[in-house]
Design a protein around this ligand. Structure first.
Ligand code: FES
Length: 131
C-alpha cells in the first residue's frame, strides 16, 4: 500500500467522521445538543447530559433521540445550555438546564410537544445575522 500524505490522512479522517455522524443520526430525527464548552462543564453540563440520558431511558426514547455534545454556544451567562430539535417545532435553545429541567424538557418538549417558556434563550447575534 502506498504511503499516505498528511493531507490524505486528514481527508480520510473527515470522511470517517462524517460517516460515523450519519450512522449515529440515522432514524433519529429528534436531537438534544448539550453545550459542553468550558463554561458549560463548569456550570454542570455533565450532570445535565446524564439527566437527559436517564430521562430518555425512562421514557423509552433512547433509540429515537440523538444526544450530542457541542462546544461553547456563546451563552456563558445561562449555562448549561441545550439546543433541542424536534421535527415540526421551532429549534429551541434552553438555558440554565439543570437535571430537573433536563427531565422536564424530555417530558414536556420531546413527549408533550410543548415549549418550556421560562428557559428559552435567543440565539447569540441572531439580530446581526438577520440583517
Ligand atoms: S466559554 Fe462561555 S459561552 Fe463560550
Amino acid at each position: 500500500m502506498a504511503k499516505m500524505s498528511l493531507d490524505d490522512l486528514r481527508k480520510l479522517r473527515d470522511t470517517k467522521k462524517t460517516d460515523i455522524q450519519r450512522r449515529e443520526a440515522e432514524g433519529k430525527e429528534i436531537q438534544v445538543i448539550v453545550g459542553m464548552g468550558t463554561c458549560g462543564i463548569a456550570a454542570g453540563a455533565k450532570v445535565t447530559l446524564d439527566a437527559f440520558l436517564s430521562a430518555l431511558d425512562d421514557h423509552k426514547l433512547v433509540d429515537s433521540v440523538l444526544v450530542r455534545q457541542t462546544g461553547c454556544m456563546g451563552l456563558c451567562h445561562s449555562e448549561p445550555t441545550v439546543e433541542v430539535l424536534v421535527p415540526g417545532m421551532p429549534t429551541v435553545i434552553y438555558g440554565r438546564v439543570d437535571a430537573a429541567c433536563a427531565r422536564e424538557i424530555v417530558s414536556k418538549h420531546l413527549v408533550g410537544k410543548a415549549l418550556l417558556d421560562d428557559h428559552i434563550l435567543d440565539r447569540p447575534a441572531a439580530d446581526i445575522m438577520k440583517g
